[in-house]
Design a protein. Sequence first.
Length: 183
Amino acid sequence: TRIWREEIGLASPRTIGTRNWSNTNPDASLLYDARPELRTLFWSGHRVAGVDVNDPNVLEGLRLTKEFLVDMNTRAKAKGVKLLVIIYPSKMSAYDELVRAANLSNPLFMKIVKDESWLKEEIFTTCKGHDIACVDALPTFQEELGGGKKMYKENWDEHSTPAGYEVYAKVAKDALVKFDIIK
C-alpha cells in the first residue's frame, strides 16, 4: 500500500523514489534510472542542509575546517611530513553530469551540487594559499560512473559499493604517488 499512501500524501517516496524531478518534498528520493546499470536514488532533502552555504553553521564549519587544515599543515611541515587533502564528492555531485545528460533537473539537487562546488573551491583556495597538496576526486568519480561502474547502491544511501570504494582507494593512491608521498 506504500505507493497508494504516497499518492494521497500519507507517506513520502523516500525508499522507492519518484521520477517526478520537480518534486521538492525534502522527504522524497529522486529516482535516476536513465542508465539502468547505474540506477540509484537521491535523498536531496537529507543532504541539502549539510552543504547549504546560506546556513551560518555550514559557514562556521567551513571556517573551522580551513583553520584546522592550516594548523595540520603547519604541524606536518614541522615534522617533515607533507599534508595531503583529498576531496571526495557527494553522490549527487558524482552523478551530476549523468543527471544533466538525462535532462533531469531538481532545485534541491542542483543546490547541493552548486553549494558543494563552492565549498570545495573555498577549501582549494585555502590549500593553494598554504602550500597544501589537494586533490579533487570528482573527475575520476564522474569518469568511472560515465564508463558504467556501479559505485553506489540503488537506494538513497550515499555510501559506496565495494567497486566505489576501489575508486576511493585509486584516487588516494594516485594522489600519494603524484605528490611523491609514496613511490
